[in-house]
Structure formats: structure tokens, C-alpha cells
Design a binder for this molecule. Sequence first.
Ligand code: CO8
Length: 257
Amino acid sequence: MPFSQIVVETEPPIGIIRLNRPKVLNALNFELLRELVEALEAFDKDDRIRATVLTGNDDAFSAGADIKELSEATPVDLIQRNQFALWDRLKKTAKPIVGAISGHALGGGCELAMNCDIIIASETAKFGQPEINIGIMPGAGGTQRLTRTIGKFRAMEMILTGQPITAREAEKHGLVNRIVPIEAYFEEAKKLAMQIAQKAPVATRLAKEAVLKAFDTSLQEGLQFERRNFYLLFSTQDMKEGMKAFSEKRPPQFKGR
Ligand code: CO8
């Protein structure tokens, strides 16, 4: 599949997607988002791939929506382009995504980071929702995901002042899993993706789905959802294999069946 705004690599069992518009700090234009969603959907269908690392470059994960593309847009343009349909598809990615984030993660870039399942940040990473500085507000989930992740008061300050936070602050407030030196963040993310990729694929998928449910259901509904997924795993060959391997004191051979 030819891509012009991202670089896609496979190192089975992991896939790697790099945002690749370095001259504009990986600003998210429509084309980039479309390619990103297509690449993630292709990985979801590819049995060789079990987890993805999503990254930018050392200076920028992404500085947000492409302001040049947005500046002339009318509400009708936005509706016709239907960019949000791409964000909805992104949200449905089934396999785990580990974000390897360095430099700017701003606006839509911060929102994209929050669509990852785990975030490894370099010590230079900066997270922010600066939309207010250009007369708009977060539009791809920032007001909701940031608030649920770091709490109302911190989210309110970031969104109303537009002031970014450092990697250290992000770590302290639970917006990233951990910070590593800039030379190591990508490798660390790959290592983590590789670790996840060794697990039973169906269990991984259903567990991710159940954790994400916690964002938009009541506890009771979430628990029911979790239980259904739990039951479902007892119909997989991998469940039998995992438990047999434990008894036989050997590593399991998961097949994704
Ligand atoms: N869009 C387009 N171009 C950008 C963007 C962007 N978001 N960010 C940086 N660039 C470009 C600059 O224009 C510049 O290009 P050129 O060299 O041609 O002038 C190049 O990247 C380098 O940028 P700077 O010279 O500004 O680099 P600095 O190191 O001086 O500053 C900053 C870095 C602080 C990151 C600065 O570039 C900046 O403030 N960027 C804008 C950040 C921002 O406001 N992001 C939010 C955008 S709005 C948004 O994300 C809404 C999401 C809603 C999603 C729903 C979509 C429908």
C-alpha cells in the first residue's frame, strides 16, 4: 500500500507507523489521518502483526491538526470532509497501540497520543491542547479524554490557557506510562509492543476492548461486558494452550485461535 504522509514498517509480530511530515512537525492533514487509519486497519487484518508502535520523530510526535488546511474551512467543509469519521475508525483499532512520543504532542497530536493504549515518552515530550490560542477548542476528544485521564482541574487549566505540560508533569498525572531518555524511547516502546505481542491475540484484543469500555459505561455495564469477554476466551484454543503450557512448565504457543 503506497503511503506518502506516514512510513509503515513491519517487524513481525509488531508493526511500526511513523508520522512523516517533519517540515511541519507532523501536522495532521486529512491525507495523513486517512493513511494512518488505513495502516492500522491493515495491521488489524494481518495475522502476523499483534501490536503496533506509533511514533513521530525526536522533535515532534505531532503539533496537531494542519492549521493551514483548517484555516479556510467552513462548518460545511468540515462536515463534507467528515474527518471525524476517521477519528471514529481510529478509536476502533482492535490491536494494542504503543505510542512512542517525543517532542511536541499538541492539539490533535495530543488527542492522537491519547488514542494510544500505552504511552512511552521521551524526556523532551510536551503535551498540550493549545487550540484556544488560535480561537478554537479541542475537537478530537481532548476535552473528554484529557479530563478523564488527568482530572477536571488540570485539564481545564491546559485547555483554557493552552499551556503545554512537560513529560515529567504528564508522568506525574498519569498521562504517560513512563519517561525514558530521548535515545531510548522508541526502543522501549518496541520492547513493550514485543512483550504484548507474545500474549494470546484474542485475549489481548478482548482485554483492550474491555479496558476501553471503562471510558463510556457505568461500572455495572462495564463489569458485565468484561464478564462476557472473559467467558468468550474459554472457547479459544489459546486458553487451553495457555493453561496446558503452565501445567507442563513450558512457554505457550499461541495461535490466535
Ligand atoms: N499546522 C500546520 N503547520 C504547522 C503546525 C500545525 N499545527 N505546527 C507547526 N507547523 C509548521 C509551521 O508553520 C512551520 O512551518 P514553516 O517553516 O513553513 O513556517 C513549521 O511547522 C515549524 O514550526 P515553527 O517554526 O512554529 O516551530 P517552533 O519550534 O518555533 O514552534 C510550536 C513549535 C510551538 C509547536 C509551534 O509550531 C506551534 O505553536 N504550532 C501550532 C500548535 C497548535 O496550535 N496545534 C493545534 C492545532 S488545532 C488542532 O489540533 C485541533 C484538532 C482538532 C481535530 C479535528 C480536526 C477536524
